[in-house]
Design a protein around this ligand. Structure first.
Ligand code: CAO
Length: 432
């Protein structure tokens, strides 16, 4: 049965009349055996007085500033478990103000340093104690460690610059209330965007972003910041391909099938991925293994009135030009009419983003993680190419390949774009 017991000051060595600098419990608190009840400060060290057993605090008999010695009544506690007072003793840490003179003191330091990487990353400009040293009792160090808080960054409000539990809690609250200064994978700190009142400079209108823009924006932001991107620019001579494409186009337009350069690009990319399998891979969750895929599903960026969507064409390696042209037409229409299920956007191995129908000469596409590369295509134009002693007008297609440099090296990337160029300049290679 529960019983109310007195909790007395345990043996604190030779010290007498030691001042209390912090009381961590109040009437009604449930405490566990060895949980810190209060902190004392001798001239050599601070020490925490632990609870001798599990229970509920009924009445606290001391307050901050009171002086206690062995045997002083600290509080009354209703016990709820086996008494362990025989095994508990105060835990100590050297008094910070006197670190130098205490370097030879026999008392042990109860709390190790805070973890190297704080889980709650301190935003830039957050108040800190500036000294680089945290003055806190063992229990506060323990509390801070549990929350992953670096005490050297916590502003103190306690006596003699001591950090209290409240200080740690306020630090965490302040940190969490600053979403604009978040961290990116790997702990990279990103400073906040400036908040500008544009209406100060002229007339403005504020429109909410579409749902698609909000979703894709978050993914693009993550991918841009967390993947080391390199973009390799190259060109492909598609003069002959264009002649063939036009012939096919005339033939199939009667059936409502539009054959654009993108369809050839889909096939050519898959041919190049067979040759360079790293382009058909993903890093696994540990970042230590490469997952090589044996299927060839290619995402195609589609510009819709509500924002960018990337539906995926399945098994491109097993389909012909006409079939792919048909499917590309269908998914583009469905994407623009918002009729694509979420599954149609999943499972891609590589993405093609073609702006060639609009214009441009080069750009830097953002990798669609967990894929490791994306091909950007700009508008083909006729250029003079020096061949066998004279200039010839050739149709040149600009290619911009962004790749994840953790997986693909620069040499491999340029081999990929060169190979892609050779396939596109001689589409007979697509059947090899
Ligand atoms: N060079 C020159 N002309 C090109 C070309 C290129 N690289 N690519 C396409 N064209 C031509 C086509 O042949 C077609 O001409 P015709 O009408 O005379 O036959 C015209 O441009 C329009 O093509 P299209 O855009 O309708 O078809 P597509 O297969 O090239 O592209 C689709 C389909 C869905 C990818 C495209 O409509 C689209 O949405 N592109 C934008 C993708 C995008 O926004 N990417 C950026 C992502 S980052 O924000």
């Amino acid at each position: 049965m529960a019983e109310i017991k007195q909790v007395l000051m345990p043996d604190i060595g030779d010290s007498q009349d030691v001042p209390i600098i912090e009381v961590m419990v109040k009437a009604g608190d449930k405490v566990k055996a060895e949980q810190s009840l209060l902190t004392l400060e001798t001239d050599k060290a601070t020490m925490d007085v632990p609870a001798p057993f599990d229970g509920v605090v009924k009445n606290v008999s001391v307050k901050v500033g009171d002086k206690v010695s062995e045997g002083t009544l600290i509080l009354l506690m209703e016990s709820s478990a086996t008494e362990t007072s025989a095994t508990v003793s105060p835990t100590t840490t050297p008094a910070p103000e006197k670190d130098a003179e205490n370097s030879g003191a026999s008392q042990s330091v109860a709390a190790p340093a805070a973890p190297a990487t704080p889980a709650v990353a301190p935003p830039t400009g957050l108040p800190s104690n500036h000294t680089g040293k945290a003055h806190a009792s063992p229990s506060i160090r323990h509390f801070a460690r549990e929350l992953g808080v670096d005490l050297t960054r916590v502003k103190s409000s306690g006596e003699k610059g001591r950090i209290t539990k409240n200080d740690v809690q306020s630090f965490v609250k302040t940190s969490l209330a600053k979403p604009q200064e978040g961290t990116v994978g790997g702990g990279l700190q990103v400073s906040a965007m400036p908040i500008v009142d544009f209406s100060k400079f002229g007339v403005i209108e504020t429109k909410p972003l579409s749902r698609i823009k909000k979703l894709s924006g978050a993914n693009l932001h993550r991918n841009w910041l967390s993947i080391p991107h390199i973009t390799q620019h190259d060109e492909a001579d598609i003069t002959e391909m264009e002649v063939f494409r036009k012939e096919l186009g005339e033939e199939y337009s009667k059936q409502g099938i539009k054959i654009t350069p993108l369809v050839f690009l889909l096939k050519a990319v898959v041919t190049a991925m067979h040759q360079y399998p790293n382009f058909n891979s993903s890093l696994d969750a540990s970042g230590e293994n490469l997952v090589l895929k044996k299927y060839f599903h290619i995402g195609v960026a589609v510009d819709t009135p509500d924002g960018l969507m990337v539906p995926v064409l399945r098994d491109v390696d097993q389909k012909g030009i006409v079939q792919l042209a048909k499917e590309l037409g269908e998914i583009s229409v469905k994407a623009r009419e918002k009729k694509l299920p979420a599954t149609a956007m999943q499972g891609g191995c590589f993405t093609i983003s073609s702006l060639g129908g609009i214009g441009g000469t080069a750009f830097t596409p953002i990798i669609n993680a967990p894929e490791v590369a994306i091909l950007g295509v700009s508008k083909a134009s006729v250029k003079p190419v020096f061949k066998e002693g004279e200039f010839e007008p050739r149709l040149i297609l600009p290619l911009s390949l962004s790749y994840d440099h953790r997986v693909i090296d620069g040499a491999e990337a340029v081999r990929f774009t060169s190979y892609l160029g050779s396939v596109l300049s001689d589409v007979r290679r697509l059947v090899l």
